[in-house]
Design a protein around this ligand. Structure first.
Ligand SMILES: Cc1cc2nc3c(=O)[nH]c(=O)nc-3n(C[C@H](O)[C@H](O)[C@H](O)COP(=O)(O)OP(=O)(O)OC[C@H]3O[C@@H](n4cnc5c(N)ncnc54)[C@H](O)[C@@H]3O)c2cc1C
Length: 349
């Protein structure tokens, strides 16, 4: 039986593992964490810690035949990978490799190298810090910073929340209507927004921007974007990385000159919004192409295109965006919850 090694059990890797274990393959999923987590639901756990249970599932509970290894892949070559498990290094050979190591984000939003119980502790501690803090600074006003400000401000009425954003408006990659709706929504619930400035310096607990604005801060939360998890590529595969350390792939998601090595999800150099839905689509294409290679069939192309996105503004409001269209209000808020339920249903039942 051919062996498929999958690095990372996020949206791309978990889906590929689930799909491939039902074919005639020996599948090995390697992840630094022992669980899959629905990242879009994390922001809610910061105000509602009991939400954590709903958005996590152990890899061993949704995979029936695949082998799960909890460890960190530290090196890869043409034929095998080197993984560190409990301090010991181990080589694992493969016939096919799927690189789906995703991206990192500031704590507590994403965390690597954790078992599920420690992750729960960290999220509960973050919740307590948010409860105690009167003045909360959110650094970064992209989608994550905007959603986080809305989660906290709709949940607590007595906090001073400020977003500092280096751009002239929130969520600069979204259309005008979405941006304005989010900005007005946050303004109405008392969130202050400082644009075209960077929070650069800490002075005591407070932060001072590059233009000298002082922001009273008890708690600062960083929402400044993702960095790819690429370190294991450095020694033998650095020529497959672009200038942002993302993995370059062809339209079938293969690495150049490696028919049997695929990449999927946030780690790829595909120029598009880094989204769970794109990661899942790529995980599916990579899995399908491994099956097709084995059966001598044509490979499937991954087609990058603008996708409908759902941005939540607290539990009961949000925005559905697509190109220049924006649908706002309660329906997007509910839709986001339904997407979470649907995804977790797939893994839990
Ligand atoms: C707060 C937040 C909200 C978001 N909201 C949305 C949303 O509403 N809709 C949407 O579509 N997208 C959303 N996204 C984006 C989405 O979460 C990502 O696009 C998605 O998680 C990418 O999936 P992935 O499988 O590529 O990687 P990841 O989810 O990052 O998973 C990668 C996995 O690989 C593991 N790993 C990393 N390095 C190694 C290694 N060396 N060895 C072994 N394992 C390793 C990691 O521990 C992790 O488990 C959001 C992101 C954030 C941070």
């Amino acid at each position: 039986m051919k062996k498929i090694v999958i690095i990372g059990g996020g949206f791309a890797g978990a889906l590929a593992a689930k799909k491939l274990e039902n074919e005639n393959f020996n599948v090995v999923l390697i992840d630094t964490k022992d669980y899959f987590e629905f990242t879009p639901g994390i922001l809610r756990t910061i105000v509602k810690p009991n939400h954590i249970k709903r958005i996590q599932v152990l890899h061993k509970d949704y995979l029936n035949k695949a082998k799960v290894i909890i460890g960190e892949v530290i090196d890869i070559s043409d034929k095998n990978i080197l993984v560190k498990v409990n301090g010991k290094k181990k080589r694992i050979s493969f016939n096919y490799l799927v690189i789906s190591s995703g991206s990192d984000y500031d704590s507590p939003i994403k965390e690597k190298n954790l078992v599920i119980s420690s992750r729960t502790d960290i999220l509960r501690k973050s919740y307590k810090k948010v409860c105690r803090a009167k003045n909360i600074l959110i650094i970064g006003g992209g989608i994550v910073g905007t959603e986080l400000a809305a989660e906290i401000a709709t949940h607590y009425k007595n906090k001073n929340i400020t977003i500092v954003h280096s751009k002239p408006y929130l969520m600069e990659r979204q259309n005008d209507k979405s941006r304005k709706y989010a900005e007005n929504f946050l303004k109405k619930i008392g969130v202050k927004m400082v644009f075209n400035e960077n929070a650069v310096k800490k002075d005591g607990r407070d932060y001072v921007t590059d233009k000298g604005t002082r922001i009273k801060t008890d708690l600062a939360l960083f929402c400044t974007g993702i960095t790819p998890n690429f370190e294991f590529m450095k020694r033998n595969f650095s020529h497959h990385l672009n200038e942002k350390n993302q993995v370059k792939v062809n339209s079938f998601l293969q690495l150049e000159n490696h028919r049997n090595i695929f990449a999927a999800g946030d780690i790829t150099a595909i120029d598009e919004e880094k989204l769970a839905q794109n990661a899942e689509k790529q995980g599916r294409v990579a899995a399908r192409n491994i099956i097709n290679l084995e059966n001598g069939r044509n490979l499937k192309e991954y087609k990058s295109r603008p996708r409908v996105m759902v941005i939540s503004l607290g539990k009961w409001d949000g925005i559905i965006t697509y190109k220049n269209i924006a649908l706002t209000g309660i329906i997007p808020g509910i839709l986001k919850t339904l997407i979470e339920l649907k995804t977790m249903f797939r893994y839990k039942f």
